[in-house]
Design a protein around this ligand. Structure first.
Ligand SMILES: *C/C=C(C)/C=C/C=C(C)/C=C/C1=C(C)CCCC1(C)C
Length: 262
């Protein structure tokens, strides 16, 4: 009892510290956010939503059984890392009217592997999962992101880089729809986990498709990437709400359901 109390106090302080840290970053913003600047406002709104989600996942960690705690920690880390990036990208946007997509890769290199690990963690909460599942998901993620990055940064021609990135994504989809991860889910997971797993992989299919589409329209249709900057940023921002916050909420809800099962 005493221990529980201490633990939840610690978590609350963690949340408060995070909030204070972020609001001081926010106040240091250079320039003013114009009320007609929809992209800037979407950065602002979503960074707030990401912070709220972070505090929520960290606090709710106290409510779930031990084996589910890591999943919630990871969900909170994803939204925390993204929130810090959003503050930075918003500042750059307000100051310059543009924000290079390459900034997003720094966020993706940390958050996308963490999102991938969630598949492994969710299955690990219910059964023993071979390490190969973890490594295949990780390798697919890195191939996808490094492929995209070397194309966008101009180290490799955009088309071959895009193809390599697409292959990495296809490998991930294979693993969760037909590979070992999908079989473990189908054969060993209780109904609630199976349904969460299915929703998670739909997000990885349709929610994630938004990013390669952005790459395609930005670089492979022959138009000037700068001209689509505004719409591209709004689309990426909305995609992140689905792929980071909603994804975490699905995991939270299965963690609570499984923890409360008698
Ligand atoms: C929170 C951020 C997320 C979930 C970002 C996901 C990014 C991708 C799924 C990117 C995919 C790409 C390809 C499939 C092909 C190459 C270009 C990329 C990197 C945009």
């Amino acid at each position: 009892m005493m221990n529980d109390l201490k633990k939840s106090n610690r978590n609350i302080w963690l949340g408060v510290a995070a909030l204070l840290g972020f609001s001081s970053t926010a106040m240091a913003a250079s320039g003013n956010l114009e009320s007609s600047d929809f992209v800037g406002i979407s950065f602002w709104l979503i960074s707030m939503a990401l912070i709220a989600a972070t505090v929520f996942f960290f606090l709710e960690r106290d409510r779930v059984a031990g084996k589910w705690k890591t999943s919630l920690t990871v969900s909170g880390l994803v939204t925390l890392v993204a929130a810090v990036h959003y503050f930075y990208m918003r500042d750059v946007w307000v100051a310059t009217g543009s924000t290079p997509t390459v900034y997003r890769y720094i966020d993706w290199l940390i958050t996308v592997p963490l999102l991938m690990i969630e598949f492994y963690l969710v299955l690990s909460a219910i059964t023993k999962v071979p390490g190969g599942v973890f490594w295949r998901l990780m390798i697919g993620t890195l191939v996808m992101l490094v492929g995209g990055y070397v194309g966008e940064a101009g180290y490799v021609a955009v088309m071959p880089a895009f193809i390599v990135g697409m292959l990495g994504w296809a490998y991930i989809l294979y693993e969760v729809f037909a590979g070992e991860a999908s079989k473990i889910n189908a054969n060993q997971a209780p109904a609630s986990v199976q349904s969460a797993f299915k929703t998670m992989r739909l997000i990885v299919t349709f929610g994630w498709a938004i990013y390669p589409l952005g790459y395609y329209f930005g670089y492979l249709t022959g138009q000037d990437p700068a001209s689509s900057m505004k719409s591209l940023n709004i689309v990426y921002n909305l995609a992140d709400v689905l792929n980071k916050i909603a994804f975490g909420v699905i995991i939270w809800s299965v963690a609570v359901a499984e923890s409360e099962k008698k």
